[in-house]
Design a protein around this ligand. Structure first.
Ligand SMILES: [Zn+2]
Length: 219
């Protein structure tokens, strides 16, 4: 997921505790890291090659957050991380945790082992299912799932409004169909699906909100 904070000398790592509180509260195996690790460098090279240079290394390393199992990695030079983005990345870790159940033995040894076991099934679905590009349904669905979870949590916590969710949904549809996600899904389909999901999430939230109000202020 992309972000575009202005570069400055401050780093989100100065405030890592507060981000970890959000991430850990939603999924307790979450670990927050910077994108300095060698494996991220390697992934950046691979993505640049696969995308014929349309997803440059710099973009992947400096403008995008990425998740592998429990590790949620953000560029060190970001001065802060938008909270909805933290929630989006946490959801990816939860996807790994869920998929880990499908890996015999390793996936059944407890959460810490399961979240790593999930790397293989999630990786296959995310990268290859059914095609690596243009019709990467798995990647499209996993991203939509992560973002709509983030809308739900962010609406509940007052970090997003219905209008900002609608705007974000369109942005996500455009991002998923761009080179940033290796053209995972046709543009108009992606935008329509994201907008539809946003309306559902907003409607659910309004319903929950109304039920909550009715509980405290019975008619
Ligand atoms: Zn994502």
């Amino acid at each position: 997921m992309s972000n575009d904070p202005s570069p400055s000398s401050a780093s989100w790592t100065d405030d890592a505790e507060s981000y970890l509180r959000i991430a850990g509260g939603l999924c307790d195996v979450s670990r927050l890291r910077t994108k300095d690790g060698w494996y991220w460098q390697l992934a950046a090279w691979a993505l640049a090659i696969i995308s014929f240079g349309r997803l440059p290394r710099r973009l992947f390393l400096q403008d995008y957050a990425s998740v592998l199992g429990p590790i949620q990695a953000y560029p060190r030079q970001w001065d802060e991380i938008p909270r909805p983005l933290v929630v989006h990345e946490v959801r990816h870790t939860r996807q790994f945790l869920f998929a880990g159940w499908f890996v015999p033995i390793l996936g059944w040894l407890g959460k810490r082992s399961r979240v790593w076991a999930g790397v293989l099934p999630v990786g296959l679905v995310y990268i290859l299912f059914p095609l690596p590009m243009f019709f990467a349904w798995g990647r499209f669905r996993l991203e939509l799932d992560a973002d709509s979870y983030s809308w739900r949590v962010s609406l509940d916590r007052g970090w997003m409004t219905a209008e900002s969710v609608q705007a974000r949904a369109r942005q996500l549809g455009e991002a998923i169909s761009s080179w940033a996600y290796l053209k995972a899904w046709p543009r108009s389909w992606a935008i329509a699906a994201c907008e539809r999901r946003a309306e559902n999430v907003i409607r659910d939230w309004q319903r929950r909100h109304a039920a909550e109000l009715a509980r405290y202020f019975p008619p």
